[in-house]
Design a protein around this ligand. Sequence first.
Ligand code: ZN
Length: 214
Amino acid sequence: MTKAIVVFSGGQDSTTCLFWALQQFDKVITVAFDYGQKHKAELECAASIANDLNVEHHVLDLMLINQLSANALTRDDIDINAGTNDSLPSTFVEGRNMLFLTFAAIFAKTHDIKNIITGVCQTDFSGYPDCRDIFIKSLNVTLNLAMDYEFVVHTPLMWIDKQQAWQLADELGKLDYIRNNTLTCYNGIKGDGCGQCPACVLRANGLNKYLEFR
Ligand code: ZN
């Protein structure tokens, strides 16, 4: 039996990855991280989707991220901004994907799981160095050496843009589900969201472009 774990936030990207994984593997479980997100809705959304899909869901405590860095995802006094050519967005948490994948891998091995799926993407690269393909490949090797295990890190969204991510959702037959039930918005509003924050703007642009040429 092939088994996989999806690093899962309840957002558009990781939910698309979850549906992708459910097509590829016999058994799929999900893991979410609680790092003190301002919007508990994110964790609730992830749990609710996993429940809808009858997927075993786990939440790991990663509150220590807030001892390491101040960011707009967890702090009310830091505004969300998209970042400029010279600066990263205020939602950036240094090394976050590295931490998530590392904890997911340790958890996976204890569950006898080799396949790890993450929704990171280089195409819409916001300047997060640990979302790059070269980093994921490097970490994959490191994890295998660290635990003497044959992990395979899958990144179904790595080379596609937001428009193509909606296309993939549609090809999986889940466009409407993903549109209505996932949470991407920085203001914690499900589905089409607040429409104003950088995450909503990016998501809406991709969706509109896809629907226009569908
Ligand atoms: Zn929003």
